[in-house]
Every structure is written in structure tokens, then in C-alpha cells.
Design a protein around this ligand. Structure first.
Ligand code: BG6
Length: 473
């Protein structure tokens, strides 16, 4: 007999600022690096997105109708500090007060991400953004400001969204000048700046608001060996180490895994740490571990002579098109998992992987956990009856909730689940062709239409899940 979900379990949904807000240059907001980078993508334009900036009251009403207990959203750093630091922008500060107040009035717990890829462009121009260590102090100042300003209404703050994806897709999630894009050591150095930004932010926030709860959120993709050959099993272990633990250990243990450091040293990629970094990393140990889960990966052995391949080459893939798998010579090569079906965009669907990941991470770190993102990107269709019949999404989410319950029964201390996403938003890799929402937003990449909100079948399904505290699904 299952224990089920606790009575205070936070049933949630998530979004991020640049993917939903629009108003990219309104009311004093400064440009972000995503505003700039998105323009270079085939679909990109952050100026309207889902127009949440102007329609947030309508959106929160829909959240209330859905019965949400929590809403995870991100604050746009350049909306608060158009220049990255200095004087805050009063209209930006006011916008998030209004959003948070509106959520609280509806009994919805706000979960705030401080950074979801949208670095102020001014800091890129000033010193190269995340490539320069100065960004850590600027981020910590911004984080402390958020804690001071909103910390009496917000209990959960997430520092950085998906540091491991930021590393892996570094030219998509950061502005990196072309001449530096092949500098692997710099890439690890940049990653260390994120680690230190998280640690410094935790220290500063705790000084102003010791009562708030802090954590980072990696994207966790457990790696399975392609076969039971020892070499493939070692490759999977390497993939777990260098794709997951290397980024999570600093948040949860306050140190990098030693094997990972040894690998980087051997490969001539070891980044520079400054005196005091190790102590500071300990101050950044998180109160909880939030995890974004979409899929697992499969790994095979590969020798040092294979050619390095980056995952970011796959960004715009559609089903059947995945030709390039991440390959790190001498460590692991990812490959297709023949056991799993894939989404419209070739992402393997693996609810069991969620049990695997949650139990593994809970044993390793022993802190309360939250799923901060989990969902299905699909080509939804608005039918003539004005509905979106997304039975495939319901099936996907149901399978993952079944997995969650198994993990909880196995003892994982899980306090929140946020589906990605609350409403359709600009997918980071496929724009509005790939939809994640429980609510359809009536627009296409190039045709803004009327941006009307339409509740999908999955909205009504999730409403019932929440109302029954997860029993009916
Ligand atoms: C997560 C990000 O990696 O995955 C989201 O936090 C993103 O911002 C989501 O939208 C899905 O990825 P994509 O590329 O399909 O939008």
C-alpha cells in the first residue's frame, strides 16, 4: 500500500522569465543575453513570448482555477538591474511584487528562480559576462537584493537553473565570442564561476534572510550503460560523474568530486580556483535539492581517439533526426537507448529513470527534494472545437507521477513537483513549435495571433490530480 503524497505536498507548475514574459524592453528593463541570443536562433524573439508580463493577473487566475499549490517562475535580472548592478529599476521591482502578491492572495506558494539564463547584456559588454569572475559578486548582490525585497513573501529561492546544461550548451546559454568557442578550459572556468556565484549568493542571502530556503537546480539525466560490458558500465559511471555529480556535489557537499577533478587535470582542463574558494563552497551547501527531469541517457565506452561531439549540435532536431550524440573521448559516448520510445523531438521517455535518479540522489545527499521541471514537449494542435486534446501529455505526466510515488514510497523526502510548463512558452530549442504547457497560447513563431489562453485536456486532468492530492491520476 502506497504512503501517497503528504498533505502539504506542493503541486506546482513552472516557467521562466524570458520564455514567457515578453516586454523585453519595456518599463525600464535592460536587454538580457537571451534577448540577444534568441534573435540569432531560427525562431527567436523574446519581445512578446507569451505576453505574461501584461497578462499575469489572468494567468494567476488560471493557476487558481487549476488549484496550483506552487508556481515556480524566474526573475529577470535585467528587469531588476538593467545594468546588472547599481540602481534597481522600480517598475521591474514592482512587477514581481505584484506577481508574488497575486500568487499569495490565491494561496499559491511562489518558488523563485534567480537566474534562468538571462544575464544582463550590460555585463556581457562590460566584462564578458560569465567568462569573468566579477560576475560572481554581481550575482550575489542581485541575489541578496531579491532576498531583502521579496524574502518576507518567498520561502524558496533557487539560485541557478541547470548549471550543467549551461556548461554543456555553453554557446546557447551564454554569449561566447566565436574565437573563444573552442576553448574547453575556459568553458570549465566559466562553470566554476557559476559554482562560486551560487556559493557567494547563498552566503549573502543567508546574511539578510537566514529563514529562506536555498538550492540550485541541475537537469538530471541518469546514464545507463549500453551493455553490461565493464567498459560500458564504466562509461555510464563517467557520464553520471561528469554530467550530473560534478555539478551537484558543489551544491550539496560543498566540493567537486575528486575523480572529476583528476579527469580534468589529466585532460589539461583544470580550471583555476582562488584561495578561499573551498571554504566558500561549503557556505553554499543547499537546504534542498531541486531537480529538472526530462529523460535519461545511454552511454557506451569510447577511446581517446574518437572525435569530440557536443550535444548542442542537436538543438533543432526533430524526430528521427538525432545524428549527433555527445562524445567525450576516453570518457563516454552517448548513444540511442534501444529500450525507450522518444518524443516528437527525439528525447527518450523514461519514467523509471525518475525513480532511479531520485533514489540515487537522495541516498547521496540526504536533503529534501523538489522536482522543479518535468514535462513533455509536443506539437499540440488547437482543434476546431477550440480544444487541445493532449492525451499523450497526460500519459507522460501520469507515468512520471507513478514514478514519483514509487520514489516517495522508497523513502525519498519529496516536497514539491512542478510540471513544465504552466502555459506554452518559447522552447529554448524549438520555439512555439514545441509546446509544454497545460494551457495553450494561441500564437506561432512568426504569427502572434491573439495570444489567447486555451485550457488543454491536461489542464483538467492535472486539476483533478491536485484536488485528490495525487490519488486520482
Ligand atoms: C529545461 C529548461 O532545460 O528544459 C527550460 O530549464 C526548457 O528552460 C526546458 O524550456 C525544455 O527544453 P526545450 O529546449 O525543449 O525548451
Amino acid at each position: 500500500m502506497s504512503k501517497g503524497f503528504g498533505k502539504d505536498f506542493l503541486w506546482g507548475a513552472a516557467t521562466s522569465a524570458y520564455q514567457v514574459e515578453g516586454a523585453a524592453q519595456e518599463d525600464g528593463k535592460g536587454l538580457s543575453q537571451q534577448d540577444v541570443l534568441s534573435r540569432q536562433s531560427p525562431f527567436g524573439d523574446t519581445s512578446m513570448a507569451s505576453d505574461h508580463y501584461h497578462r499575469f493577473r489572468e494567468d494567476v487566475k488560471l493557476m487558481q482555477e487549476l488549484g496550483l499549490k506552487a508556481y515556480r517562475f524566474s526573475i529577470s535580472w535585467p528587469r531588476i538591474f538593467p545594468d546588472g548592478r547599481g540602481e534597481p529599476n522600480p517598475q521591474g521591482v514592482k512587477f514581481y511584487h505584484e506577481l508574488i502578491d497575486c500568487l499569495c492572495e490565491c494561496g499559491i506558494t511562489p518558488i523563485v528562480t534567480m537566474y534562468h539564463y538571462d544575464l544582463p547584456w550590460a555585463l556581457v559588454q562590460e566584462y564578458g559576462g560569465w567568462l569573468d569572475r566579477r560576475v560572481c559578486a554581481d550575482f550575489a548582490r542581485y541575489a541578496a537584493f531579491l532576498a531583502r525585497e521579496y524574502g518576507d513573501k518567498v520561502k524558496y529561492f533557487i539560485t541557478v537553473n541547470e548549471q550543467n546544461i549551461i556548461y554543456r550548451m555553453w554557446t546557447r546559454k551564454n554569449y561566447i565570442p566565436e574565437q573563444l568557442q573552442h576553448d574547453e578550459k575556459l568553458r570549465w572556468q566559466m562553470n566554476h564561476h557559476y559554482t562560486m556565484a551560487h556559493a557567494l549568493a547563498c552566503r549573502e542571502v543567508r546574511q539578510v534572510r537566514p529563514e529562506v530556503k536555498l538550492g540550485g537546480v541541475p537537469a538530471v539525466e541518469p546514464a545507463y550503460p549500453l551493455t553490461c560490458s565493464p567498459a560500458d558500465c564504466m562509461a555510464a559511471a563517467n557520464a553520471n560523474l561528469m554530467r550530473n555529480y560534478f555539478f551537484i556535489d558543489p551544491y550539496m557537499k560543498g566540493s567537486y568530486p575528486v575523480q572529476g577533478l583528476s579527469y580534468l587535470e589529466d585532460a589539461g582542463l583544470l580550471f583555476q580556483m582562488e584561495p578561499g574558494d573551498e571554504g566558500l563552497m561549503k557556505e553554499g551547501i543547499s537546504d534542498f535539492l531541486a531537480v529538472n527531469y526530462y529523460r535519461s541517457v545511454c552511454a557506451r565506452a569510447c577511446d581517446k581517439k574518437e572525435i569530440r561531439q557536443d550535444q548542442e549540435l542537436n538543438l533543432y532536431g526533430v524526430k528521427g533526426s538525432q545524428k549527433v550524440f555527445e562524445t567525450v573521448p576516453g570518457m563516454y559516448a552517448l548513444c540511442k537507448n534501444p529500450e525507450l520510445k522518444t518524443t516528437d523531438w527525439d528525447w527518450p521517455m523514461d519514467p523509471d529513470g525518475l525513480v532511479y535518479a531520485l533514489t540515487d540522489l537522495y541516498e547521496r545527499y540526504g536533503k529534501p527534494m523538489m522536482i522543479a521541471e518535468n514535462g513533455l514537449g509536443a506539437r499540440d494542435v488547437l482543434t476546431e472545437d477550440g480544444a487541445v486534446h493532449d492525451a499523450y501529455r497526460i500519459e507522460f505526466l501520469r507515468d512520471h507521477l507513478n514514478a514519483l510515488e514509487r520514489a516517495v514510497d522508497l523513502g525519498v523526502d519529496l516536497f514539491a513537483y512542478c510540471t513544465w510548463s504552466f502555459l506554452d512558452l518559447m522552447s529554448t530549442s524549438n520555439g512555439y513549435a514545441k509546446r509544454y504547457g497545460l494551457i495553450y497560447v494561441n500564437r506561432e513563431d512568426k504569427d502572434l495571433k491573439d495570444l489567447a489562453r486555451v485550457k488543454k485536456d491536461s489542464f483538467y486532468w492535472y486539476q483533478n490530480v491536485i484536488a485528490s492530492n495525487g490519488r486520482e491520476r
